[in-house]
Design a binder for this molecule. Structure first.
Ligand code: NAD
Length: 478
């Protein structure tokens, strides 16, 4: 945990920095491609030169393996910057639009205006990626930003502060470390946009605070993302993908498969395959998964206790422990755990798990799966494994979720051209690539009319027969 500092302390000079950033935002309103690109290149250079520090910080926070840091913290951000640098010119360019017949003589364009001063609040689970990723979009769109990283990942949050100080003056980007009170104080300011990543519960608090100033928001939230394993699935292929997608980052991933819905005819074989991959990925020498250098830890005691509670609750209500279950509080070690015989009243079925517990439920008809998913809040991600295109089409078309992936899981996060985000309880607004740029941009419609007589001047009062005829024909034909 970070030291608790009063928000009255001079360190938290929110409003002075905010008003400086407001001035910056006016200057940046007309910032050029070259200026924005230079900022992004400077940020990328710092990241590339300080990769060891990033790996070290994440190791200190929750023993995140270096390869997972490279793949899920550094690469998504450098890739986001490279993709942005490649496309920013076309994203910034005012977009011409076609002219409807009724508007003949005019010309219209959409300008992508920076929204202004932004607030970025981020979580602890991918603390570098989920803080710097939105910052890339803010900088690309021309918005200065105030950042509040999570208090649960203190080493990474402190490193982000160090990075920001090295790359930007505070009137452009500044970081505020501390507990929830810091977020609460920041949320009182009249930002032009808030980009929040975290839980649906805190998302509601952010949305209420934003409403005070009618600030626009992007909410990247969580929830329960199901993985459907249909009768037609290649179980070996699916199991390998599911085990990696679920247990990377020790299961603390917003888009990790939260629970499995497997066709009843495939349950036993799927469980066998899942166990095989757990052994292969984390304990091929049978020395115990706790010895694996490739398996991270739970972020801290609060989440460790929450997950232990879920496990106890499930087992006490009759769930079968198929694999794992071993835990060690002092080191926040939580073994990858598979559970079957899940009842709907268990916590693991009701709450977002956000940890290394994977409940396995069965189904007999795809329609039942669709009904079950539609009876719950809309998931952030939905995964379908199988080769039955009729069923996969049904799942895509008859359910609602932030994203869908067929025959894989979590990899859509890395696709720069796919808008990433949730829907309702799992979020609103989109992130990544062009969608991220648009999140921080106001799409301003600009219309240019000719001087003198035009078809609209014919419609002015007094409304004679001619004007009335033209208006009637507008209704009839356009
Ligand atoms: P959280 O909502 O507890 O905290 C997120 C941030 O909000 C932190 O910086 C925290 O300091 C701040 N915060 C917490 N309580 C607050 C309050 N009362 N007022 C103002 N600010 C407050 O989330 P978390 O535990 O850090 O992260 C886990 C959640 O985030 C999960 O639900 C997960 O699914 C979700 N998540 C979503 C995405 C996504 O991209 N959609 C990515 C990662 C995590």
């Amino acid at each position: 945990m970070l030291e608790i500092i009063s928000t009255e302390s001079p360190k938290f000079d929110f409003s002075t920095i905010f008003s400086k950033q407001q001035k910056t935002s006016l200057r940046w309103r007309s910032s050029t491609l070259e200026e924005r690109s230079a900022r992004l290149i400077k940020l990328r250079n710092w990241i590339k030169e300080n990769q060891d520090q990033i790996r070290q910080a994440l190791w200190e926070d929750f023993k995140k393996p270096a390869s997972e840091v490279d793949l899920s913290e550094i690469f998504p951000v450098t890739s986001e910057i490279n993709h942005t640098l490649k496309n920013l010119k076309s994203w910034m360019k005012p977009q011409g639009i076609s002219t409807p017949l009724s508007m003949i003589g005019t010309s219209g364009k959409i300008y992508f205006e920076p929204k202004g001063t932004a607030l970025i609040i981020s979580p602890w689970n991918f603390p570098f990626n989920l803080t710097v990723g939105p910052l890339v979009s803010a900088i690309a769109a021309g918005c200065p930003a105030m950042i509040k990283p999570s208090e649960f990942s203190p080493s990474t949050s402190t490193l982000i502060e160090k990075m920001v100080k090295a790359v930007f003056p505070p009137e452009e980007v500044s970081v505020f470390l501390g507990e929830v009170e810091v977020s609460q104080e920041l949320l009182k300011l009249p930002f032009d946009h808030i980009f929040f990543t975290g839980s649906p519960a805190v998302g509601k608090i952010v949305m209420k605070a934003a409403a005070e100033h009618l600030t626009s928001i992007t909410l990247e939230l969580g929830g329960k993302s199901p993985a459907i394993i249909d009768e037609s699935a290649d179980l070996n292929d699916a199991a390998g993908k599911l085990i990696w997608g679920k247990f990377v980052n020790c299961g603390q991933t917003c888009i990790a498969p939260d629970y499995i819905l497997v066709h009843e005819s495939q349950k036993d074989r799927l469980i066998m395959e899942l166990k095989g991959f757990l052994q292969k990925f984390y304990d091929s020498g049978f020395k115990g998964i706790e010895k694996s250098p490739d398996y991270a830890r739970i972020i801290g005691p609060r989440h460790f206790n929450r997950l232990s509670g879920y496990l106890e609750d499930a087992v006490s209500k009759g769930a079968t422990l198929e694999f794992g279950g071993k835990t060690e509080k002092s080191t926040c070690y939580f073994e990858p755990t598979l559970l079957s015989n899940i009842a709907k009243e268990m916590d693991v079925f009701q709450e977002e798990i956000f940890g290394p517990i994977l409940p396995i439920l069965t189904f007999s008809k795809i329609d039942d799966v669709i009904a079950l998913i539609n009876s719950k809040p809309k998931p952030l991600a939905l995964y379908y494994f199988g080769s039955d295109t009729r069923n996969s089409k049904k799942v895509i078309e008859e359910t609602s979720s932030g994203n869908v992936v067929i025959n894989d899981c979590i990899i859509h996060f890395l696709h720069n051209n796919l808008p990433f985000g949730g829907v309702n309880n799992s979020g609103m607004g989109k992130a990544h690539g062009h969608a991220g740029f648009l999140a921080f941009s106001h799409e301003k419609g600009v219309l240019k009319q000719r001087v003198g007589i035009n078809n609209v001047t014919l419609l002015r009062p007094p409304y004679g027969i001619k004007a009335k005829k033209i208006i009637q024909s507008l209704i009839k034909w356009f």
